[in-house]
Design a protein around this ligand. Structure first.
Ligand code: SF4
Ligand code: SF4
Ligand code: SF4
Length: 202
């Protein structure tokens, strides 16, 4: 399984800071959107756990300053996430329309998205756990809606010894006993690798 690398997180700094001088770097964000739209109907939130620049930024950069405590349960509720999704999409779409087709202005809209995502990642990640923003992120919510139960994590309860290792290692703090797999699983495979009984698989 592909493993997310720290190098992807470095690109967040390149796009968010370098983009202020060279807005076309923002088109990396457009590429991310496109990838999400193509991948999520088949693999759910796989992109979040394996290829997302901000996901890597959260794991390897924000992780260093995080308190590593429980993410509030309310953050995973759709009553919280859908309004965030609508607000951020509305904000971004109105800004895209205002660019009137200017390549540089559109690039700057994407750079702003990168800066906002990195800022929210740092704020929420420092306050709770590194992947806290990934619970609220509109692109994560979109992937959940498009992917639903695709590529689920399966638990063989016959051989599971209930040691709790997988639960502790999950960056999304999911309930691994959830029937049929949690649609917010980012398919990072950390629980699969950590299980001493090989009771987990996709
Ligand atoms: S939830 Fe958002 S920021 Fe987090 S990994 Fe997925 S797309 Fe990236
Ligand atoms: S359940 Fe496993 S694969 Fe899914 S996010 Fe948690 S650790 Fe990663
Ligand atoms: S790590 Fe494996 S054996 Fe331990 S609780 Fe998780 S699935 Fe069960």
């Amino acid at each position: 399984m592909l493993k997310i690398t720290p190098h992807l997180g470095t690109l967040v700094l390149l796009v968010s800071i370098g983009g202020l001088w060279y807005p076309r770097l923002g088109y990396v964000v457009a590429l991310v959107f496109l990838s999400i739209l193509v991948i999520s109907p088949f693999r759910g939130r796989w992109f979040c756990g394996n290829l997302c620049l901000w996901g890597s930024f959260n794991d390897f950069w924000v992780g260093k300053i995080s308190r590593h405590i429980q993410i509030p349960r309310s953050f995973s509720s759709m009553a919280v996430r859908v309004p965030i999704f609508i607000a951020m999409m509305g904000f971004n779409i109105s800004r895209i329309i205002a660019t009137e087709g200017s390549v540089d202005k559109l690039g700057m809209v994407f750079v702003t998205m990168s800066i906002l995502t990195a800022s929210f990642s740092i704020l929420f990640g420092a306050a709770y756990s590194p992947r806290t923003w990934c619970t609220l992120c509109p692109m994560g919510t979109l992937q959940r809606l498009l992917g639903r139960g695709r590529y689920p994590l399966k638990l063989d309860s016959e051989i599971c010894i209930d040691c709790g290792i997988c639960q502790k290692i999950c960056p999304m703090q999911l309930d691994l006993k959830a029937a049929g797999g949690d649609p917010d699983c980012i398919k990072c495979g950390r629980c699969v690798d950590a299980c001493p009984r090989r009771a987990l698989r996709f």
